[in-house]
Design a protein around this ligand. Structure first.
Ligand code: XMP
Ligand code: MG
Length: 181
């Protein structure tokens, strides 16, 4: 499909399923080369990264642990408003090579807070893999080790990404803007 309408918005094809799968194969090769002798645990951040994690990890044919966590928002007692906390970490990650799997990095705030919370569990190292990065928005200091695609600062859906909870199921990635390829 070249475009999809979700709720009140129309989105246009940006990255096809074939392009995504091809790039993911390349990322998996890079990961295998880098992590061959490491005790690896992949931590996928739900909900958005479920398709990326599934396709990437099928290509990562080395022994590794895989777990899924979620960022829960709750109202903080301070004036800073909403606080996000990682929930669902049940595995022992001490001395392990942690690879965080994200669907998209925008400002980098989410990534920073994930790193801060996981550092407390004393892993050997924490690496980041994201399918998508909006480089014009990224303000973080963290190095992002594996990046699938750099995209412009527009809202996107599909392949795990949602608009108000809808649209995660599409195998392609769509953008809320008309683009010329
Ligand atoms: P930060 O700014 O913390 O944001 O790096 C990362 C989180 O923001 C969400 N996000 C998006 N979700 N389409 C989406 O469906 C987008 O274009 C988009 N941009 C940012 C996403 O939840 C991500 O984890
Ligand atoms: Mg979202």
């Amino acid at each position: 499909m070249n475009s999809v309408t979700v709720l009140d918005k129309t989105f246009h094809l940006l990255i096809s399923e074939q392009e995504i799968k091809g790039r993911i194969k390349e990322l998996a090769v890079q990961l295998k080369n880098d992590l061959i002798n490491e005790d690896v645990i992949f931590i996928a951040i739900l909900n958005g990264s479920f398709m990326f994690a599934s396709d990437l990890l099928k290509e990562f044919d080395l022994p590794a642990q895989i777990t899924f966590v979620k960022l829960a928002s709750y109202q903080g007692s301070s004036s800073s408003g909403t606080v996000k906390r990682l929930i669902g970490i049940n595995e022992n990650i001490e001395n392990k090579t942690v690879v965080i799997l994200e669907d998209i990095v925008d400002t980098g705030l989410t990534l920073e807070l994930i790193k801060k919370q996981l550092t407390g569990y004393e892993p050997k190292t924490i690496k980041f893999a994201t399918l998508l990065l909006k480089p014009d928005c990224y303000k973080g200091k963290e190095n992002i080790d594996y990046i699938g695609f750099n995209i412009s600062n527009e809202f996107i859906i599909g392949y795990g990404l949602d608009y108000d909870g809808y649209g995660r199921n599409y195998p392609n990635i769509y953008i809320n803007k008309v683009i010329k390829k």
